[in-house]
Ligand binder design. Structure first.
Ligand code: ADP
Ligand code: NI
Length: 211
């Protein structure tokens, strides 16, 4: 089987698996991460095919996204074997999708793994990152912002999103992150301005002092 056909089968598997997701982990998240991973791999001289394939599959092993994670892992195993990937390719793909979750705070061992993690993190910041955060918050029934409670989506920016630019492994991802980070800073500035009837800097301090 040619690489294009292998990728096509993988995309079909992913489309089917994530078709109902509304928490920001849908098919299009995988598509954007795969595209970013391919771009970063080219610039960082890593294995493009492994990065792209692993990026398409990176959330298949995320246990929080499925009610039956063991069954899903078996399905993934069957898929990888059925598309004629070599043992070595399968091992590289699996290695690249282990330890990529930011939440668990682990660093992937291979360059390809680091690239997939970087691509995943880039998709959590910028305009898309903002949209995903509010989609995730709403799906979990959270307020987008609240003056008394602390588990709102704006807080997630301080807990995770604004820290991402300093956790990226590759120079290429760090470069891509700059514009996206600025976008979030601008968004927060404008958010506080509107929340506080036009008061800017002071208003932001007022909101931030809660954390
Ligand atoms: P990872 O894929 O690194 O394990 P998550 O699955 O926790 O990270 O996050 C994936 C997406 O969901 C990101 O866009 C992230 O911002 C969003 N997200 C995760 N937790 C929250 C939260 N508490 N509030 C808002 N968005 C969240
Ligand atoms: Ni992801």
């Amino acid at each position: 089987m040619k690489q294009q056909e292998q990728l096509l089968t993988i995309k079909r598997f992913v489309r089917h698996l994530f078709q109902d997701d509304i928490t920001g982990h849908d098919y299009y998240h995988m598509k954007r991460v795969a595209h970013l991973a391919k771009l970063i791999a080219e610039k960082e001289h890593a294995d493009r095919f492994i990065c792209e394939t692993a990026a398409w599959l990176h959330d298949v092993v995320d246990e929080k996204l499925f009610t039956n994670p063991t069954e899903i892992k078996k399905e993934l195993e069957r898929l990888l074997i059925s598309i004629d990937l070599s043992k070595q390719e399968i091992a590289q793909i699996k290695l690249a999708i282990t330890d990529i979750s930011f939440r668990k705070g682990k660093v992937p061992k291979s360059l390809e793994g680091k690239i997939v993690q970087d691509a995943d993190q880039l998709d959590a910041i910028g305009a898309i990152g903002i949209a995903r955060a509010f989609a995730y918050g709403a799906a979990k029934g959270r307020h987008f912002y609240h003056e008394q409670f602390n588990n709102h989506t704006i807080k997630h920016f301080y807990d995770k999103l604004l820290l991402i630019k300093d956790t990226l492994h590759t120079k290429t991802a760090q470069h891509f992150a700059k514009e996206r980070h600025q976008m979030m800073e601008q968004f927060l500035e404008q958010f506080y301005k509107e929340w506080n009837d036009g008061e800017t800097t002071l208003a932001r301090k007022d909101v931030e002092h809660h954390y």
